[in-house]
Ligand binder design. Structure first.
Ligand SMILES: NC(=O)c1ccc[n+]([C@@H]2O[C@H](COP(=O)([O-])OP(=O)(O)OC[C@H]3O[C@@H](n4cnc5c(N)ncnc54)[C@H](OP(=O)(O)O)[C@@H]3O)[C@@H](O)[C@H]2O)c1
Length: 306
């Protein structure tokens, strides 16, 4: 199957390309995930598109690149992901996340390809007291969330919209890497304990996305590692896994953050995988399991660097 991936050198994109090409991403589980079988050699012929190749807001460049690759599936990961900066770069965020997605969708339709668009938990306002289902009303609180919802609305009805959340992978700057670095230096940390979500690990999401590429499901799918937590609890668990002192992490509330972040975050953005359960898929492993694999990879990497 010919698959074109945008955002291919990003945190998630690097692992998605590895998974499609049959390599287990760093921190990935060797076993098949989400009911998918392992990738056979040559099962996918991958065209990787990075920001250096083209800007997704350039309609002509997107059209030419997609037409040349003749993909059967397009996995669209390229995005403006700076959540706080988006509050002051509203136009750029809209043009990358909404117009860019509209360009990718139009090019996929012209090529007869199925679109898999990766979206976010930040499309929700966070006021629900229980986990969000795919069918729940959206109401983003930030420009980033609004623009990613704009991207969802630019997708054709038969596209797969995979909402993921709190992503950390080996190839990105993320909270797990930051917490491991600080734990190894013995530095104290303060994290908020009043925002709850589902941590998701790029290697596991990549395996899940391989399954979604094969399945070509139409509609919205919530895709995360199983279980939920707060940023404080996540960081404390990472510090323990890295051999650090859990007492070095203290809990604060969002209102105690100084300076206050520019973009408001949802208090609760736990995603319920209603669609995957209804369709009989196995779910991704618990976040603790994936977190231990990623922390081990970071610790091993930093010991090698020393
Ligand atoms: N990280 C999270 O916690 C999270 C949570 C929910 C959903 N998501 C979604 O998951 C997807 C992957 O995110 P990620 O964590 O892998 O983020 P990432 O590392 O920032 O990857 C995004 C990629 O898009 C590229 N890009 C940015 N602007 C572009 C443009 N105008 N044209 C073409 N490419 C462009 C970036 O390239 P440069 O860096 O070279 O600009 C980068 O390689 C995104 O759609 C994001 O919205 C992420």
């Amino acid at each position: 199957m010919r698959v074109l991936v945008t955002g291919a050198s990003g945190q998630l994109g690097t692992d998605v390309v590895d998974a499609l090409e049959g390599r287990i991403p760093i921190g990935g589980a060797a076993t098949a995930l989400l009911g998918g079988s392992q990738v056979a050699p040559g099962e996918f012929e991958v065209t990787s598109i990075t920001h250096a190749d083209l800007a997704v807001e350039d309609q002509g460049a997107v059209g030419r690149a997609v037409a040349a690759a003749e993909p059967e599936v397009v996995v669209h990961l390229a995005a403006y992901t700076a959540v706080d900066r988006a509050e002051t770069e509203r136009e750029l965020a809209w043009s990358v996340n909404a117009t860019g997605t509209s360009n990718v969708a139009a090019a996929a339709i012209a090529a007869g390809a199925h679109l898999v668009y990766v979206s976010t938990d930040y499309v929700f306002d966070g006021t629900k007291r229980s986990a969000y289902l795919e069918t729940d009303r959206t109401g983003p609180r930030s420009v980033y969330g609004e623009t990613k919802l704009g991207g969802e609305r630019a997708c054709p009805p038969d596209a797969t919209i995979a909402r993921v959340s709190w992503v950390a992978g080996f190839h990105g700057r993320n909270i797990v890497r930051l917490a491991v670095d600080r734990a190894l230096r013995g530095e104290p940390m303060r994290f908020v304990d009043d925002q709850r979500g589902c941590p998701s690990f790029a290697a596991d999401l990549a395996a899940g996305l391989v399954t979604l590429v094969r399945a070509r499901l139409a509609g919205i799918v919530h895709l995360t590692n199983a279980g939920s937590t707060t940023w404080f609890e996540l960081v404390r668990a990472v510090v323990v896994a890295a051999g650090g002192d859990p007492e070095s992490v203290s809990a604060i509330t969002t209102s105690q953050l100084d300076p206050q972040p520019l973009a408001p975050r949802p208090e609760n953005s736990v995603l319920q995988p209603g669609r995957l359960l209804a369709d009989g898929y196995d779910l991704l492993p618990a976040w603790e399991d994936a977190m231990h694999r990623l922390v081990a990879a970071f610790v091993e990497g930093s010991l090698r660097d020393d």
